[in-house]
Ligand binder design. Structure first.
Ligand code: PLP
Length: 357
């Protein structure tokens, strides 16, 4: 913790949101943001905290034309003992560096980023909501901002972190969702950008999600982009199943985003003596397990929801109810375990909690 990260405080602080039940997600932002510049000659320089505000970009900026953008998502929590903490933030910056490498953006010092983030959360900590399940959503992102239209690796980039007080994902309680197996669009291909957390992946996948919503589903279950045969992810979450008593999740084959929630659940299960397999899962295997009733549970996992139970899967026009449309036992157990560690209701047995103050 020896970096020089100057803070310029806002002259116009905004009023804090009055009604925490109306926060929603990602609509309200705090008073400050972290900014860091990079260019080929100087490398990363001038990390700083500034008043939150609009970004000025040259109209030819690389990000606007060729999608040079990566991001992360994590949360800061007001825990039951009154401390403020984040969940495994080091993992987010490690992953962001891997995304940077894939997308032709510059890698950075994750420790400096973490110190900038910690200072920022500390400075704006009064914005962290108090209600159960609420949190301060943290969005680090990086863009390439070269000011010309040639296609090339960037020589100018900027790194930002913005903060958004957000409501509980489960304001109405942990509820199972209906999911449609997507057989037309694909999210990612091996050798592509599926394992990078980049905006372009989202631009390419919203169409399928919107179409599924029109049909009454919450999201799509993605199949692999090469054979359209293997299960990959659900919406923007990783997916796990319990088939005949065994927990399985798709192996990270290059087109799947390596989720930190996924990783944490696998580590938790294994530390508690529960076997969890990472392997390829074909849609045929899943269809068979739905037909013969051995698919006992299914859930998505990611930072926003932590764990999201799947109550129904639709495939080839047929609908299969899972766990009687209710929350399965393992799904609930994992939700309680991970959120328990995050909120400080359970001991931090793996050292996952990073204290801000
Ligand atoms: C961010 C993300 C996830 C979940 O990752 P976490 O680190 O657990 O939040 C899964 N899939 C996609 C496509 C994502 O963008």
């Amino acid at each position: 913790m020896a970096y020089n990260i100057p803070i310029t405080k806002t002259q116009n602080p905004k009023p804090l949101p009055q009604d925490e039940t109306k926060l929603g997600f990602g609509r309200i932002f705090t008073d400050h943001m972290f900014v860091w510049d990079w260019d080929k000659e100087k490398g990363w320089h001038d990390p700083r905290i500034e008043p939150f505000g609009p970004i000025v970009l040259h109209p030819a900026s690389t990000v606007l034309h060729y999608g040079a953008e990566i991001f992360e998502g994590l949360k800061a929590y007001r825990r039951i003992d009154g401390t403020i903490a984040m969940f495994r933030p080091q993992e987010n910056f490690k992953r962001m560096n891997r995304s940077a490498e894939r997308m032709g953006l510059p890698e950075f010092d994750g420790e400096l980023a973490l110190e900038g983030l910690t200072k920022l959360v500390d400075l704006d900590s009064e914005w962290i909501p108090h209600g159960e399940g609420t949190s301060l959503y943290i969005r680090p992102f990086m863009i390439g901002d070269d000011e010309h239209l040639g296609v090339h690796a960037v020589s100018h980039a900027r790194f930002y972190i913005i903060l958004s007080p957000s409501g509980s994902y489960y304001a109405g309680g942990l509820a199972p969702v209906k999911i449609m197996i997507e057989s037309h669009d694909v999210r990612a291909v091996r050798g592509g950008t599926g394992e990078a957390k980049c905006g372009g992946n989202y631009a390419a996948s919203t169409r399928a999600g919107e179409k599924a919503m029109e049909k009454g589903f919450a999201q799509v279950l993605w199949l692999d982009g090469v054979e359209q045969k293997y299960i990959e992810e659900v919406g923007a979450m990783n997916i796990m199943f319990k088939i005949a008593g065994k927990i399985v999740t798709p192996a990270l084959t290059g087109s799947i985003l390596p989720g930190i929630t996924r990783k944490s659940i696998l580590e938790y299960l294994r530390a508690h003596g529960v076997d969890a397999e990472e392997r390829r899962i074909s849609v045929d295997e899943l269809a068979k397990a739905m037909e013969d009733g051995t698919l006992e549970e299914a859930w998505g996992c990611g930072t926003a929801a932590v764990v999201s139970p799947v109550g129904l899967l639709s495939y080839n026009g047929k609908e299969y109810e899972i766990a009687g449309g209710k929350i399965g036992e393992t799904t609930q157990m994992l939700y309680d375990a991970i959120t328990g560690i995050q909120w400080g209701k359970r001991p931090d047995e793996f050292g996952w909690i990073y204290k801000v103050k």
